[in-house]
Design a protein around this ligand. Structure first.
Ligand code: SUD
Ligand code: ADP
Length: 276
């Protein structure tokens, strides 16, 4: 098969504004209720249909990312029953609670759909719990173990700083340390927020249930959250996913940029961003 013209896809960082763990299935997977948004920072992929699968990982965060069949980008193509050549320009820290691998997998599935004209496979949760929500990459409520994705229309756009303190937290270890597995869900239906300030006030009454276990596993996360909350521009600080990346919400883009400059540390990944 002659290679097709490559298509480009952006794989944005996934942020769990809330992450409520509401139960556990008999197979051990946890039931979640999470308000998920996407950042304007992320990985960049190009892919083309080809005879043999290939993956080239480059970019500032390429180190340590598997370049072989373990990579979720290649596994996504396999799930779609397609052979592609993928160039992955990695900007997101891995194993960081911002769904880098899942967002790459979703970007591959979107790219393959554009190349073949076929719809993505149904059962994408098998690739990873975050893949279904990363497929549309739009603000959504995520439930079940990740397979139930309900778009949230008109979510006010937020300004934020993302900070990863340079430690990896293993997702299973984080779930395993939960004190309780049956915690209250978010309200149903979700409220309609009048604007960013209203949304932030409401978020302050919600939770990330994985934050206490992650802080126990990696106390540097608790220190980071304390630093974020002490900053004059911070309206709300919380961890995303199973960590260790945390986000601080600010009133304006200028505040996010100024806060990011104040937070610069050698081992930290710090990004001002917009979430929507
Ligand atoms: C916690 C979340 C929240 O969005 O984000 P991350 O921290 O990964 O970004 C996700 O549910 C993670 O998604 P993902 O990383 O794709 O999960 P998977 O590969 O399917 O699962 C990794 C491991 O996490 C645990 N797991 C994951 C999802 C879930 N609903 N219940 C679980 O108990 C299981 O121990 C599983 O073996
Ligand atoms: N494309 C990818 N990018 C990053 N990590 C990947 C990728 N494919 C597989 N992995 C593996 O998946 C693990 C989880 O990565 P990632 O999806 O970034 O984290 P998280 O689930 O915490 O958001 C990493 O430890 C890495 O070895």
């Amino acid at each position: 098969m002659a290679e097709t013209q490559p298509v480009a896809e952006f794989a944005p960082a996934k942020i769990n504004l809330t992450l409520h763990v509401t139960g556990q299935r008999p197979d051990g997977y946890h039931l979640l209720d999470s308000l998920v948004v996407f950042a304007d920072v992320g990985d960049r992929l190009t892919l083309a249909l080809s005879d043999t699968p290939a993956l080239n990982v480059t970019g500032p965060r390429a180190e340590g990312v598997p370049g072989d069949a373990r990579n979720l980008a290649l596994r996504a193509a396999e799930t779609a029953g397609t052979t592609v050549r993928i160039a992955l320009d990695k900007h997101l820290p891995a194993a960081a609670g911002i769904g880098g691998g899942s967002s790459d997998a979703a970007a591959v599935l979107r790219g393959i759909s554009r190349l073949t004209g076929l719809a993505p496979p149904d059962d994408t949760v098998r690739l990873g719990a975050d893949v279904p929500v990363c497929l549309p990459a739009r603000a959504a409520r995520m439930q079940g173990v990740g397979e139930i994705v309900t778009p949230v229309a008109d979510l006010p756009r937020l300004h934020a700083v993302l900070v990863n303190p340079g430690v990896e937290v293993a997702t299973p270890a984080c779930f395993a340390r939960l004190a309780t597995r049956t915690n209250p869900p978010m309200p149903d239906p979700l409220p309609r927020w009048s604007g960013p300030a209203d949304l932030i006030d409401w978020l302050a009454t919600m939770r990330n249930d994985l934050e206490p276990p992650a802080c126990h596993i990696a106390p540097v996360i608790a220190d980071l959250l304390e630093t974020l909350r002490a900053d004059p521009a911070c309206r709300l600080a919380r961890m995303s996913g199973s960590g260790a990346t945390c986000f601080a919400l600010t009133d304006t883009a200028a505040h996010a940029r100024a806060m990011a400059a104040r937070l610069s540390r050698p081992q930290w990944w710090v990004q001002p961003t917009r979430l929507s």
